[in-house]
Design a protein around this ligand. Structure first.
Ligand SMILES: *[C@@H]1O[C@H](CO)[C@@H](O)[C@H](O)[C@H]1NC(C)=O
Ligand SMILES: *[C@@H]1O[C@H](CO)[C@@H](O)[C@H](O)[C@H]1NC(C)=O
Ligand SMILES: *[C@@H]1O[C@H](CO)[C@@H](O)[C@H](O)[C@H]1NC(C)=O
Length: 415
């Protein structure tokens, strides 16, 4: 096994099990925050006006990490393999003040960072490793007779040790692949494989130690199991939700620096009861209002969430804004109701959609309510400004942390 000193530090740290993690070797808080050219490219592309002028005035400012800038899947999956060590380091370098680990469990019931329990076939090289491919829920099947290539590989198919032997890659697959190696292709052309040179996968405990070493804050998400619970008859949802919190307690990370997330209301209610300190800072992710038919009920639901003790809700970007009469982006009914109730609002996810001209042409989930008025990349900052000033969002998940960090520094939020 080839290990850089940094990874060796993380591994050594994981090996000590229950002990308090000390910062992994070589990991220290980042002082020189670097945003790269993208925020400035976006500002240049804005329509002239007061917001563009204000943002232009910030272009020579030194940048600091901001808690408003939340590193989605590590903070840099626009260009780095998601949830890898490298994505987290890039997110931290770009000033994300909070880093995300989506959590799923392995066959031996250890917790690892993956966006879903069963995405190993599109986010790692598992199908190209014959002995691990054989353990997949559905091993790789070549494209044939007009049927697309397919596979389904879950973290619960393999042990932690096996998981750690994988390389993280850009999310995607080649539907016409006739062999496993070809199946690994499929990165959209506006992403890149430049850093997909065997990304380092992380277990949850390593992610905690990494974030502690960087001096940042934690936002883990308990991912819905895709296998029947209790897993193998004995591992219950509550044990899983408790183990997830226990990893922070063992690492002596106070609940005030942990923002646990789940789409499952029952998980958040469980934390409020079993771990009230972590329940109080928890984030209820909300995708219950995706259609015009379900949206009004999603707004109504906010009252009950608040009454039950939920303090933070997190809907997708487009629930919080709509297109106003004059063709401007304005806050939505959801945003207004959350503000009335005093709920903190976090939203997801910026920089997942590629060039906005194509979003305007073809539509895109995250821009559903404002597709008509979003036409060019510079419009991203018009959206951010309405999210911050109008919808009062307290944090924003981004696939490219620099974009959110720049705005946060310019308006002075979370820095
Ligand atoms: C912004 O980029 C688009 C291409 O998406 C281009 O057509 C437009 O002219 C640019 N606008 C500005 C102000 O640079
Ligand atoms: C996808 O798979 C096919 C068949 O295996 C192969 O010919 C093609 O080059 C692959 N595409 C990419 C982008 O690698
Ligand atoms: C929230 O609203 C949806 C409809 O959009 C409904 O199906 C769901 O049961 C509600 N959830 C709760 C917890 O009230």
């Amino acid at each position: 096994m080839h290990l850089t000193p940094l990874v060796a530090g993380l591994v050594a740290l994981a090996a000590v099990g229950n002990a308090t993690p000390c910062p992994p070797k070589g990991i220290k808080p980042i002082k020189q925050i670097e945003l790269g050219p993208r925020p400035y490219f976006l500002v240049n592309n804005m329509t002239d006006g007061p917001l563009k002028k204000k943002l232009q005035e910030c272009t020579e400012k030194p940048m600091k990490p901001s808690k408003w800038s939340i590193g989605h899947r590590g903070g840099a999956p626009l260009q780095f393999p998601e949830h890898s060590l490298e994505s987290n380091l890039a997110g931290a370098r770009m000033g994300a003040g909070v880093l995300e680990c989506d959590v799923a469990f392995t066959k031996d019931r250890e917790l690892v960072c993956r966006h879903s329990q069963c995405d190993l076939h599109t986010t790692t090289n598992i199908v190209a490793i014959p002995e691990l491919n054989a353990k997949c829920t559905q091993p790789f099947k070549a494209a044939a007779g007009g049927k697309a290539a397919s596979a389904k590989c879950c973290t619960s198919d393999i042990t932690l040790k096996e998981f750690k032997s994988l390389c993280a890659k850009m999310d995607g697959f080649n539907a016409s692949a006739t062999n496993a190696k070809d199946y690994l292709a499929g990165t959209p052309n506006w992403r890149t494989d430049l850093y997909a040179t065997c990304g380092t996968v992380l277990e949850h405990k390593e992610h905690i130690a990494l974030v502690e070493g960087l001096g940042l804050q934690h936002t883990p998400e308990l991912k819905a199991p895709e296998v029947k619970m209790p897993f193998e008859g004995t591992y219950t949802q509550e044990q899983y939700a408790q183990q997830f919190i226990d990893n922070y307690k063992k690492a002596r990370v106070p609940a005030s620096r942990v923002f646990a997330q789940s789409f499952d209301y029952r998980d958040v209610l469980f934390w409020l009861k079993a771990e009230p300190a972590f329940g109080k800072t928890a984030i209820l992710l909300d995708e219950s209002g995706d259609t015009p038919e379900t949206y009004p009920q999603a707004v109504k639901n906010l009252t009950a969430y608040h009454a039950a003790g939920v303090r933070t809700v997190a809907p997708p970007l487009y629930y919080l804004v709509e297109t106003g009469k004059d063709g401007k982006i304005v806050p939505s009914a959801y945003a207004k109701r959350a503000a009335e109730l005093g709920l903190r609002v976090i939203t997801w996810s910026l920089e997942r959609s590629g060039p906005l001209a194509a979003v305007h042409r073809n539509g895109d989930y995250y821009y559903t309510s404002i597709r008509d008025v979003v036409k060019k990349d510079g419009d991203m900052y018009e959206l951010l400004d309405v999210l911050y000033r109008g919808a009062k969002v307290a944090g924003l998940f981004s696939d490219w942390s620099a974009t959110a960090t720049f705005y946060a520094n310019c308006v002075g939020v979370g820095v």
